[in-house]
Design a binder for this molecule. Structure first.
Ligand code: SF4
Length: 365
């Protein structure tokens, strides 16, 4: 038992972190007021992290899942998402290239898997894939599976048209990632070339096709506490299996290049709020962790059960060896490909393929 009741005053209410934990262990979400209170200074951040950590350990133990991004087509996007260095009009000095080959994808996936990555995220710039692009991704998957049959493969190709999610599923994609990024009322402030509803529609199409839905957010774009809570609740309606939490990397050459609003404590509070809103879902510490959490990154592992390993789409992450050391130092272990990420009670849409290409078992056809 705790030496003192975890009770604090915030927003004129009495908040019991013990009650929030108990509710989360029953897979219940905080009320709007409780969620807002987690973001205020009235509750000590270490108490909030410790409470969220109890939820994390209940559902995910001390495992950390590693994911690696492969940028399969970089830059020159016709969309205008303000946070993105690949956007229309970006003057960021980033790598730009068209589709990489299946061999290049397989080699990158090989290196990532050998470094401990369980999930490979194939990410392409652009509004959404054409039919030829789906074929390209299918060839990459075949090449990756031939070398690494045990990895999960997630595609992140933008807005999907009807039927494309089914084609990706048939090609062997396990999960589809499409972030909502910011809440509905602010969406037009960060992007004019597509709408919040378009993004929601793509996540629903992926889910409907049997792909494991991955959808998260970016913080540090001037959002209020109310906006953060709106984002969490709007994402909850989509019932994702994984929720990447990004902290804005203000890239030179983008409209948000001067937006350095976050503090490490703010990041920890946001992560804790998402753990309480998604108690048994993979909460992934994603882009921007190094520059915004800085020396408090290990504390974030107490809340998130998943991180990206290696580099991001257009900027570099901290060395993989440092991540592995950080995980070990904090008393966590890297999740193996033979370990299930989501708790049994939650319907796990990701069934790791153990048949067809790359195995001696017949394909599912
Ligand atoms: S986030 Fe995606 S759709 Fe938006 S500008 Fe960047 S690459 Fe294009």
């Amino acid at each position: 038992m705790l030496a003192r009741p975890w009770v604090g005053e915030a927003l004129g209410m009495t908040i019991s972190l013990d009650e929030l934990v108990a509710k989360a262990l029953r897979r219940g979400a905080p009320t709007r007021d409780e969620a807002l209170a987690l973001l205020t200074d009235e509750l000590d951040v270490l108490d909030v992290v410790a409470a969220a950590g109890r939820v994390r350990r209940h559902f995910f133990g001390r495992r950390v899942k590693l994911n690696t991004i492969i940028n399969v087509r970089s830059g020159l996007c016709p969309e205008d998402c303000s946070y993105c260095s690949q956007r229309l009009g970006s003057t960021s000095d980033i790598l730009t290239y068209s589709w990489i080959s299946p061999v290049e994808a397989a080699e990158a996936a090989d290196r990532a898997a050998q470094a401990g990555a369980k999930r490979i995220c194939l990410v392409a710039s652009g509004r959404g894939p054409g039919q030829r692009d789906i074929g390209r991704v299918a060839e990459m998957i075949e090449a990756i599976r031939a070398r690494q049959p045990g990895v999960e493969i997630c595609a992140c190709l933008g807005l999907l048209k009807p039927g494309q999610a089914d084609r990706l599923r048939e090609a062997g994609v396990d999960a589809y990632s499409h972030n909502l990024n910011t809440n509905e009322t602010r969406y037009a402030d960060i992007c004019s070339t597509h709408a919040f509803a378009d993004r929601v529609d793509t996540v629903r199409q992926a889910t409907g096709a049997g792909l494991s839905p991955c959808s998260g957010a970016i913080f540090g774009m001037g959002e209020s506490d109310e906006d953060v809570v709106d984002m969490a609740f709007q994402l909850r309606e989509l019932d994702p299996d994984s929720v990447p939490i990004n902290f804005l990397i203000p890239m030179q050459g983008t409209p948000l290049e001067a937006d350095w609003h976050l503090t490490p404590v703010r990041c920890l509070r946001i992560l804790a709020l998402f753990r309480f809103c998604f108690p048994d879902v993979e909460v992934r510490l994603a882009g921007g962790r190094e520059i915004h959490l800085r020396s408090l990154q290990p504390l974030a592992l107490q809340v998130a059960n998943s991180i990206f390993l290696g580099d991001y789409l257009t900027s570099e992450g901290q060395p993989g060896a440092d991540d592995r050391q950080m995980i070990a130092d904090a008393g966590f272990t890297i999740e193996g490909t033979d370990e299930q990420t989501l708790p049994q009670a939650r319907h796990d849409l990701v069934a790791i393929r153990r048949r067809g290409v790359g195995t001696d078992q017949p394909a599912n056809a």
